[in-house]
Ligand binder design. Structure first.
Ligand code: GLU
Length: 286
């Protein structure tokens, strides 16, 4: 079986030790698997935050770490029509709706006395459904687009499962109505001025790049049920997952994704070698 994995950084800041760990781990897996491939994806769907300079820095840092990729990088901003087509496919089946709620509207509705205790989903509070039922024809430019989770579940003859090979959650995870409705809810699939949300683009991209194994941080495990569901709704392939622990500092604290003090380029400028970085993140020598 072909093994094809990827690293998908967002060019919104420098790569730090956590990114280096994720990229090196995926790269090691690909290089140690006969015929394995490693692909790069530039997660620049959020054009308001993505910068060309950061993208160039990513290429340089990865090359310095000894990482090579087996195809030209896929830049999400070059594929907006594909995300649009995916949204259209869901719209045609009545599974999405426009939403004009602010974070504050959601907070207030979720904490109204008649509501149960507000629950957290992968992107904050579970959406309490204020705009659910609005027609896509009623969409305004400033609206986001949400998945109608109930309808989405009902549209499938059976809920799928996904396979996890990472030590943290190893096994087969069957999606359930309870996890999807109470743990995820009506997720945002597109934001105003931003073709698609991460959750939609990652599913379209993994299928387009024919990724067999998605290796990424454990912070994304909770969203994996949503990614698997979207793949089923769009009838595209979905990968096996390996969610790795997030690296921690000496005191055991998880390293923040955006801790510029741990930027790879700073270590480089201070004379560290790629082997030093591997050691720092706990990986064996290349
Ligand atoms: N750009 C995303 C991140 O850095 C990629 C997540 C993924 O690998 O699916 O969190």
């Amino acid at each position: 079986m072909i093994f094809r994995t990827r690293f998908a950084p967002s060019p919104t800041g420098p790569l730090h030790l956590g990114h280096a760990y994720s990229a090196l781990l995926a790269h090691d897996h690909a290089r140690r698997t006969p015929g394995g491939q490693f692909l790069l994806r530039i997660d620049d769907i959020d054009q308001s935050r993505a910068r060309k300079e950061w993208e160039q820095q990513i290429y340089q840092d990865l090359a310095w770490l000894g990482i090579t990729w087996d195809a030209p990088p896929r830049r999400e901003s070059d594929h907006l029509a594909e995300y649009q087509a995916a949204l259209q496919c869901l719209a045609d089946r009545g599974l999405i709706y426009p939403c004009s709620c602010s974070r504050r509207d959601i907070r207030e509705a979720a904490s109204a006395p008649q509501e149960r205790t507000p629950r957290q989903g992968p992107d904050g509070l579970i959406y309490p459904g204020i705009c659910r039922g609005r027609a896509m024809s009623d969409m305004r430019e400033s609206d986001a687009i949400r998945l109608d989770m109930r309808k989405a579940i009902d549209s499938l003859s059976a809920l799928p499962s996904f396979r996890e090979i990472g030590d943290l959650h190893k096994g087969t995870h069957a999606l359930t109505t309870n996890t999807l409705c109470c743990g995820i809810g009506d997720a945002v699939l597109a934001r105003p001025q931003m073709g698609a949300s991460y959750h939609l683009s990652v599913v379209v991209d993994d299928a387009a790049q024919r990724i067999t194994h998605a290796i990424r941080g454990a912070d994304l495990f909770a969203a994996t049920a949503l990614h698997r569901l979207l793949a089923a709704l769009l009838d595209v392939a979905s990968p096996v997952y390996l969610h790795h622990d997030l690296i921690r500092d000496a005191a055991g604290k998880r390293l923040a994704k955006r801790d510029d003090a741990r930027a790879i380029r700073l270590y480089r400028s201070e004379g560290a070698t790629p082997e030093d970085i591997r050691r720092m993140v706990g990986l064996p020598p290349a």
